[in-house]
Write a protein that binds this ligand. Structure first.
Ligand SMILES: *Cc1c(COP(=O)(O)O)cnc(C)c1O
Length: 480
């Protein structure tokens, strides 16, 4: 399997070549040349693999999916990487992504049982093991520099802690993450994990990461890399749980399901799109946004409009607070019949010039719903409170604010003939303040997190200054 850029660059690359890269050289995103097709016999075999007890299960299913896309890691090694990643010890449940039925035909798929209690662990845990494997094979090292306001940074740190050949330098806005999120990140004592609290806001952290990445001599000299959501390996890892959700909600492969996905950067739901293109019987993919409704606007009108910082709202589902959806270009590439020149004109030129483009009048726009099954909806703070309350009162299930956005929008797209699976993207303990506002009580806390706020913290506070961050990195890793 070879990978190409969404903007038409002529190069084709293998999986491990793009694993450690960010964007393609022309600024596009990587996608496989074609989506491998899962026929009826394979789907039946995979259902058996997933339900197959000791030798089967989620890890074995992950191997089946990944092996269709990765031809430059020997099969036995890839199998070992999957087995090492998706374990009961890491996810606290043998099912890894158990389905919870709220009512008949309406399910939550639990993707938040990993080390940091958000769905990003599902992909990041695999990425950590893939990075360690590939860096060892090449005899190289990598220094991951990132900015976080919460979920991404902690998922990356828990995935990379103690890994050979990898260091993490994670910037976060000083004093602005929830106490639980700060405790999660700052209590890590691993020597290869560096928490840097910047005296500023999240945008200041992101600006520093951008400045460092634009300093090409520094970037090369110190082998700076990233783990952001445009990484194809992360997206690929997420494809697996769409199959796992399907096998749990159905008894035979002649049935269809729909998924609702709380969305920000369009990474999670793009994995659903890939699963559907492979042949998984998905009826509808419902994109749920919060007040930052870039994606809802597109699926309603065909207009894709990047928001200015002043128009980007701080909400109570903060991991969906985006001004643009960085993975969206992948879907538009497919929607436009994989016309790289047109994608380049839209994402490279029109967005840079005008901050928007409009496909509303184009005949392909109708295909988004008709051929690709996409619909959308949006949810507000008041909707989240009402949905958290309703789900707790009627079913005794406590959901987090992001999942609540999903449940709210899922209910606007009922179809009695097709089961609906809402992806649960985080646990309520991460967003305690809003749970207390909705329910008047503290969220449930998994036992292993008892008292983490009191643990010693390892964090370096620094001014919002690129040179200071570069000096810190230089001090903590050998120049190669
Ligand atoms: C990252 C995140 C999202 C958004 O996922 P995308 O892949 O960016 O669409 C939703 N919910 C939670 C809890 C997250 O951490």
């Amino acid at each position: 399997m070879l990978y190409l850029s969404t903007r038409g660059h002529p190069d084709r690359k293998h999986f491990c070549e793009i694993l450690l890269e960010g964007l393609a050289p022309d600024g596009g995103l990587y996608l496989p040349e074609r989506y491998p097709q899962v026929d009826a016999a394979t789907l039946a075999r995979w259902r058996g693999v997933f339900n197959g007890g000791a030798s089967g299960g989620y890890a074995a299913l992950a191997y089946e999916v990944l092996s269709l896309y990765i031809d430059d890691i020997p099969a036995a090694d890839l199998k070992a990487l999957c087995d090492k990643t998706y374990t009961e010890a890491v996810y606290g449940t043998a099912a890894i992504v158990p389905l919870k039925q709220l009512e008949k035909g309406f399910y939550l798929e639990a993707l938040s049982n990993g080390p940091t209690l958000a769905f990003k662990d599902m992909a990041m845990q695999l990425l950590g093991n893939l990075f360690e494997y590939e860096l060892a094979r090449r005899g190289e090292e990598l220094n991951i520099l990132g900015a976080t306001s919460g979920d991404t940074g902690s998922a990356a740190e828990y995935a990379m802690r103690g890994k050979q050949g990898v260091r993490v330098f994670m910037l976060s806005p000083h004093g602005r993450m929830s106490p639980f999120q700060q405790a999660q990140m700052f209590s890590l004592m691993d020597q290869n994990i560096h928490n840097i609290a910047i005296e500023g806001v999240f945008d200041d952290c992101q600006d520093i990461v951008k400045n460092v990445s634009n300093d090409l001599a520094f970037k090369r000299g110190y082998k700076i890399g990233t783990v952001n959501s445009i990484n194809w390996a992360r997206l690929l890892a997420q494809v697996v749980y769409y199959f796992a959700g399907y096998f749990q909600a159905t008894t035979g492969n002649d049935q269809k399901v729909s998924f609702t996905v709380p969305s920000g950067n369009f990474g999670n739901v793009c994995a659903g799109h890939v699963a559907r293109q492979m042949g998984l019987p998905i009826q509808t993919l419902v994109v749920a946004t919060n007040e930052n409704d870039v994606l809802d606007e597109f699926f309603r009108t065909g207009v894709y409009r990047v928001r200015a910082s002043a128009d980007t709202h701080e909400t109570s589902s903060p991991s969906m607070d985006i001004s643009k959806a960085s993975n969206f270009e992948r879907f538009v590439f497919d929607l436009l019949g994989r016309d790289g020149a047109r994608v380049k004109a839209l994402f490279g030129d029109a967005l840079a010039r005008e901050g928007r483009f409009d496909l509303g009048g184009d005949p392909v726009f109708a295909e988004a719903a008709k051929h690709y099954g996409f619909v959308s909806g949006k949810s507000t703070h008041a909707d989240r409170l009402a949905t958290i309350r309703d789900t707790w009162t009627r079913f005794g299930v406590m959901i987090d604010t992001h999942t609540a956005d999903g449940v709210k929008v899922a209910r606007e797209h009922p179809n009695p003939a097709v089961p609906m699976i809402v992806l649960e993207t985080a646990l309520p303990i991460k967003f305690a303040e809003t749970i207390v506002e909705a329910l008047g009580r503290e969220p449930e806390r998994p036992e292993k997190f008892d008292g983490i706020e009191a643990l010693p913290k390892r964090v370096q506070v620094m001014p919002a200054d690129t040179a200071a961050v570069q000096a810190y990195i230089a001090q903590h890793c050998p120049r190669t």
